[in-house]
Design a protein around this ligand. Sequence first.
Ligand code: SF4
Length: 192
Amino acid sequence: MADEIDHGSEEFADARQEMDQLVYDSLKSKEMKPNAMFARLSDLAKSAKMSRTAVTWARKNSLWPLQFGLACCAIELMDFGSSRIDAERKGYLLFRGTPRQCDVMVVAGWVTKSMVPEIKRLYEQMTEPRYVIAFGECATCGGPWWQSYNIVKGIDEVLHVDVYVAGCPPKPENLFAALMKLQKKVGGSIED
Ligand code: SF4
């Protein structure tokens, strides 16, 4: 691990820097700080000499989505949490309230230009590697509002998208399928 990290004036503004420092401090003092449990798996793996296969397996089976919605597609996101879908059987229901504990952003709803800086900030605060699912027509291409002056024509103009989900509104079942596809992608069994 590199020498002590210089955080500059904006201390711990960036999740990656914060995690780097926590892991560095823990390894140096040989004491694991409670927050270090959220450190990047790759760093812990390096220190524990875990194999790449074990890291990939753990990563693809522990997707942590961010609790976050933008418009009516967020209602479908809520339905995704219902017993009808039973997303918990795959461990997909651990929606977290802070981006620092998440690695999957489900963009549910239209993206206004004024929301772009906030979405980027949330994305940058998520732990790496991080993934994006464009959930529904609005997040994919602007949907019914694609000609509006204040709507971004797809979140892929702002962030790299890993999986797209079609529909207006998109079905919660399709979000389940999208997460399964993302798992395959993280596991390396399908390409970008
Ligand atoms: S895709 Fe349809 S349901 Fe989803 S946010 Fe856009 S208008 Fe609403």
